[in-house]
Ligand binder design. Sequence first.
Ligand SMILES: Nc1ncnc2c1ncn2[C@@H]1O[C@H](COP(=O)(O)OP(=O)(O)OP(=O)(O)O)[C@@H](O)[C@H]1O
Ligand SMILES: [Mg+2]
Length: 397
Amino acid sequence: MGLKAEDVFRPGAFPEYTYISRKSTFSDLSYEFRLSQAIRVSGFLTSLVGPSKMGKTILCEKVIGFERIIEISGADFNGDTDFWKLVAVRTGLSYEGQVLSGRTIRDTCDKFETKENYLLTKDKIIEYYREHDLVLVIDDFHYAPEAKRLLVAQQLKDAIRRGFKAIVVSLPHRADEAIRQNADLSGRLSLINIEPWEVEDLKEIAKLGFGKLDIAIEDAIAERIAIESLSSPQLMQYICLNICTLIEMNNPEYRSVQPEILKTAYHYTTANFEYGDVVALLRKGPNTRGKNRNLFRAGDGKYYDLYELLVKSLVENPPLMKLDFEIIKKRLDEIVEDGSKKPEQRAIRESLNKLQELLDEREDIFKVIDWKEGTLYIVDPLFLFYLRWGEIENRYV
Ligand SMILES: Nc1ncnc2c1ncn2[C@@H]1O[C@H](COP(=O)(O)OP(=O)(O)OP(=O)(O)O)[C@@H](O)[C@H]1O
Ligand SMILES: [Mg+2]
C-alpha cells in the first residue's frame, strides 16, 4: 500500500519521510553533524538557540535518536520543582519511595519486615545516564521561571563535569542568558545557533514529499509555497498536507499540484491557528482614554487609525519576517491614499513602542512581534501567516 499524505507531511511530529538536512551558514557542516559532535564531547553543555518553529526539537530527536533522548520542557518547572526529581521521573526512575527488607529471626521464626525510605541521589542519576549513554534535552527553556533557570544552570554545571550529557534549547534573546552569559559555564559550552530556513531548503520538503506520494509539483510552485512558509519547515509541512487534502477532495485522479489551489490551501492551514485575539489587540492598540485618534484614508476608500494601518502593513507582499523602519514607513505611505495626509515618523515610532509595551504585559502567545532598535521582527511565523491568510478581509488575493 502506498504512503498516506499524513505520514509523509507531518507538521506536528517527526517527519520520517520528509526530513531535510541543512547546512548552517556559519560553516559548511550540517546541523546534524555539529550537534552530534557537540554531544560527543564530554564535559560540555550544548546550548541550541533558534527562532520559533525552525526545527530545534526535531533536530535533537534526529541526532540523539528516540532510544537515547530524554526530553523535559521549561514549562514543566514551577517555583518549587526539584530538578533531579523531574529528571528521574522522565527517565522512568523512581526518585523516592520505600523498600521492604524482610528478615527472619531464627529463634522465633517470626518474620519482620522493615520499611526503609530511599532517595535516589543525583549521583545515581548521573551514573545511570552515563551507563545508558542518555542525553537530557531541556526544551523550551524560556518557559521556566527566570530564577529557576539559574538554579538549573548551576545543577547542570556540576553534572556535565561528571560526564552527564545535556542540551538546553531556547528562543534567542529570551532565556539564553542563564546559560550563555553565565560566567560559571563559560568555556564549557558548545553553542549552536539555528538559522531561519532558506527557500531552497524548504522547497526540498515539498519535492521530497510529493515525490513520495507520486504527485507532480513544478519547481516554481514549490518555490511559491516555500516563500509563503516564512522560513518555517512547520508551515511548509502544514501547507503541503493541506494541498494533499484538497487534491483528494477535488480530483484524486489528477496527481499534480495546480497553482489554483494554493490560496485555498493557505487559508485552510490557518484554521489550526488561534491568533484572533492577538490580531484584535494589535489593531486596537492601547486604551485611548476617550481621545479620538487620527484617521487616515486608505486606497480602499476606508479610514483607519495608525494601529490598524500598522497591522495592514505587515500583511503586504512580499511577506517579511524583519521590517526596518523605512520599510514600515514606505508600506504605510503606500496604503494611505495618494494626496491624503500620511502618518508622521514620530507617531509611527510612538505607536510601535506602545504596541511593544502592550504585548510585553501579556502571555507568551501574544509575543508575536519584537520592536527594537528601529526594526520590527516577526517572532512567530505562524502569526504572520495567519495575518496574511486567515482573515477574509486581509486575505492576500
Ligand atoms: N529537518 C526538518 N525537515 C523537515 N521538516 C522539519 C525539519 N525540522 C522540523 N520540521 C518540521 O517542523 C515542525 C516543527 O519542528 P520543531 O518542533 O522541531 O520546531 P521547534 O523549533 O522546536 O519549534 P518550537 O519553537 O515551537 O519549539 C516539525 O514537526 C516538522 O514538521
Ligand atoms: Mg521545540
